[in-house]
Structure formats: structure tokens, C-alpha cells
Design a protein around this ligand. Structure first.
Ligand SMILES: Cc1ncc(COP(=O)(O)O)c(C=O)c1O
Length: 432
């Protein structure tokens, strides 16, 4: 296992930011190509008018909660509002019902998507020039982008079959300290990780909590995909397993409702956190920073999200049941198509079989980077994401992220067939 050292935005960050431009350009240049590049949720389940029509449910709830008349409640929702949000009670109930997370509304700050929550946490926690972030590599582009834009280095570690995740993490901490860095936080997507689609076992979660607590490191548990499980048993969230008050939970309604809402949140633990700060102190720090960044999360967005929660008795399980079925069918179509397309290459081409989420990773016997992605788009009409685009080191060079969320089984079959043709041509070219 190779363990790269902490890298800053000035070294590889700018090329990472370029990656997004590259992908947008490829998507624009080949609009009819079948895309496995984007991990967007399926739009056919966005029920905008019906959802907006439920707004009075939240107005009533808000009025009752605050002892107001309906008109005053309506006016207050239209105004600037409370920085930490006006739907924390509903989020707390939903988390208890759907995720087994027990928290008080006062532990929550509602944010403009999970992206803002990540940004607030990173910038509040990493304030000293030596402070750094720890992350698995490959990593979600949202966290690397925040690190790069703020000039905060990320020390990556690779989770593979050769080393238990907690050991790899501990090694990364040791390396960072040896270089004079102060690891302040660990960013993780334990459930159906973006980009790899993998899940951290309960043991790995417990061990990583133990390592972080011992080393004074806060864990940011980002969980947009946990509710999208297609088979197998859920693993408890790190927040609910945490007895050391070191996990901050980041949630979002971008996948369970729709990203256009821009409603996410952070849940901060109660008690003393790593570094000696209290959970309440951390929440205040997030809130203070937020008040100068977005003032408050759109109260209209919160009112719609809140109304949806109220109409579902605060559990999103029923609402997303058909969505889950759709993603499961897509995942199955992708797995079947891969098995068919690569049946002649079983020994050299492989992929993981995720139990949920939006992504899987294909491993090829040759490097797959920007050039290969461009050839796939221009000559084969299929868009993919090289895993190296997400890598913080030299890992993932022969892997590809395939998203199956925003597609249809028929298109998935055709797209994988096209990818199979590209791989076959490449392998034959090599063998000839
Ligand atoms: C790992 C991860 N975190 C968070 C998000 C969503 O963020 P937001 O709530 O800002 O839409 C995504 C969406 O793609 C994601 O993959």
C-alpha cells in the first residue's frame, strides 16, 4: 500500500478543479452520449408542484410551535430567519425514525445543502496553518474542492484489502505528524461512498472512532446515500456508534427529496469534543460563520422540506420506496450488463457489487484517464469518470466510476455494451 503525504491545493488542487470543467465540457460536446458520469438523482421522482402545495402544512406547524397566528408565521417564513434553521425539530424526528440517530433539535444547524455544512465544519476546525484534513483516497470532489479553495492540505489514505481502514488511518496520522502537520478532522462517507460505492463495516467504524478520539480528531460523517440500500442489512451510522463525542453527522435532502431544495444539515454531538471544544461551542462557531456566509438557509426551501416531512409523519422511507426500486433495477441492469460485456475478460476486468448508493467501480487492465474518457465520449458515445479524477495520490489509475442513478435499464445496457467495445478494442490493440 502506498501512503502519499498531505497535498495542498497549490500542487494538485487546481488540476482537480479543472476536472469538473473537463466533465462539463465533455457532457456539452457529446449531448447524446449515454452518461455514467453524473451521480444525479432520478428527476422523474421530483414532484415539485405537489410538494410546494403541501407548504401550508409547515406554516401551520411553525405557527403552532411558536405560538403564532398563520399570517405572522407566513410572514416570518418569508423573512430573514434563524441562522440554525426552522425545521430542526422535524429533522431530529426524521433522523430518529429513518437512521436510528438520536439527537436534540438544538444539536442541528440547517445548511444550504450538505456542501455548506462541510465547508463550515472544515473552515471552523482547520484554522491553524498546520491543520490538515484526513480522507480516504479516492475522495468525493466536494471535500477536496473545499480543501483546495481554502488552501488546507488533505492527507489521504487508501482503503483496500491489504490493510484494515483504521490501520491505514493511523499510519496517515503518524505520517502527517512526522511532517509537522496537525490532523484536525477525518472526512468519511461510510455508506455507499462516492466515488467507490463501498460500505465501512461496523468494526471499521468503531475502530476509526477509537483512533480519532485517541488522536483528538473530529470525524465528519457524510451520509447522503445511507437510505438507498437495495439489499443486505444496514450498518449503524458512526454518529450513533460514537461514545466518544467525536462524530459530526452531515445529512442532506438532495437525494431523498431533490437537490434543488438545497437543504442539508450538520448534527453536532453533545459534550466535550476532540480538541477540548464543547459540542455546543462547535455549533455556535458553525452558526456564527454561517450567519456571514448564507445568513440562513432558504426558509422557503426548509418550509417545503418540512412540509414533505410532515406529510410523511417524519419518515422518508415510504416516499423513497419507489425511488429505491428504480435505483435497484438500474444497479441490477448495470451488474448484468457488465457480466455480459466482460464475460471474455473475467480474469482481467472486475467490479464491485454495491448493496446500495449510486456508484460502482470498474477495474481495467490498463490506465483509464482523461484521454480514455474523451475517446469513450467521442468515439463510443459513453461518458464515464476516471477514478483518478477523485484520487488524492497516484491510486485509481486503472479504475472507472460508473453512476447508475440517473439512467434507465435500456440505456445502461447500451452504454455498458459501448464501454465493452472500447475495452475490447483497447485490449486487442494491445495484444496484436
Ligand atoms: C458524498 C456526497 N456528499 C454530499 C453530497 C450532496 O451534497 P448537497 O447536499 O450539497 O447536495 C453528494 C452529492 O453528490 C455526495 O456525493
Amino acid at each position: 500500500m502506498t501512503i502519499p503525504s498531505a497535498r495542498t491545493g497549490s500542487t494538485i488542487g487546481s488540476s482537480r478543479l479543472d476536472v469538473m470543467n473537463f466533465l462539463n465540457e465533455v457532457a456539452q460536446n457529446y449531448p447524446s452520449a449515454i452518461s455514467f458520469a453524473s451521480g444525479r438523482p432520478a428527476e422523474q421522482f421530483f414532484n415539485l408542484e405537489a410538494w410546494i402545495n403541501r407548504l401550508p402544512l409547515f406554516v401551520e406547524h411553525f405557527a403552532t410551535q411558536n405560538g403564532l397566528g398563520l399570517e405572522t408565521a407566513r410572514n416570518l417564513i418569508g423573512q430573514y430567519g434563524r441562522t440554525n434553521g426552522i425545521m430542526c425539530d422535524l429533522i431530529a424526528r426524521q433522523l430518529a425514525l429513518d437512521e436510528g440517530i438520536l439527537c436534540k433539535p438544538a444539536q442541528i444547524v440547517v445548511t444550504a445543502g450538505c456542501q455548506e455544512a462541510m465547508n463550515l465544519c472544515v473552515t471552523r476546525l482547520c484554522r491553524h496553518p498546520d491543520d490538515i484534513i484526513l480522507s480516504r483516497s479516492p475522495a468525493y470532489i466536494g471535500i477536496t474542492g473545499i480543501a483546495d479553495l481554502n488552501g488546507i492540505p488533505i492527507a489521504p489514505f487508501v482503503v483496500d484489502d491489504s490493510t484494515p481502514p483504521a490501520e491505514a488511518l493511523e499510519q496517515a496520522i503518524r505520517n502527517a505528524r512526522y511532517e509537522g502537520k496537525r490532523p484536525r478532522l477525518l472526512y468519511l462517507v461510510p455508506d455507499f461512498d462516492n466515488p467507490t460505492g463501498t460500505v465501512l463495516s461496523r468494526d471499521a467504524r468503531l475502530q476509526m472512532i477509537e483512533v480519532c478520539a485517541r488522536n483528538g480528531i473530529v470525524i465528519l460523517e457524510d451520509n447522503p446515500y445511507g437510505m438507498f440500500r437495495y439489499n443486505g442489512k444496514s450498518v449503524p451510522t458512526m454518529f450513533s456508534l460514537d461514545t466518544k463525542t467525536c462524530v459530526v453527522y452531515l445529512g442532506t435532502y438532495s437525494k431523498t427529496i431533490c437537490p434543488g431544495l438545497r437543504v442539508g444539515f450538520a448534527v453536532v454531538p453533545e459534550g466535550e469534543m476532540p480538541g477540548g471544544q464543547s459540542g455546543a461551542g462547535m455549533l455556535d462557531a458553525l452558526s456564527q460563520a454561517k450567519s456571514f456566509v448564507t445568513v440562513n438557509t432558504s426558509q422557503i426551501g426548509q418550509a417545503i422540506a418540512g412540509a414533505i416531512l410532515l406529510s410523511q409523519a417524519c419518515s422518508l422511507r415510504d416516499l423513497i420506496a419507489p425511488v429505491i426500486q428504480h435505483y435497484r433495477t438500474n444497479r441490477n441492469a448495470m451488474l448484468d450488463s457488465l457480466a455480459y460485456a466482460f464475460s471474455a475478460y473475467e480474469d482481467v476486468v472486475s467490479w464491485n457489487q454495491p448493496d446500495g448508493g449510486f456508484f460502482l467501480t470498474l477495474r481495467l487492465p490498463f490506465e483509464f484517464g482523461r484521454e480514455e474518457a474523451e475517446i469513450c465520449a467521442s468515439e463510443y458515445g459513453v461518458l464515464t469518470m476516471p477514478l483518478s479524477f477523485f484520487a488524492l495520490g497516484e491510486d485509481g489509475r486503472n479504475q472507472v466510476r460508473l453512476a447508475f442513478s440517473n439512467s434507465q435499464p435500456e440505456r445502461i445496457r447500451t452504454g455498458i455494451e459501448r464501454l465493452g467495445m472500447f475495452v475490447t478494442a483497447r485490449l486487442h490493440g494491445r495484444r496484436e
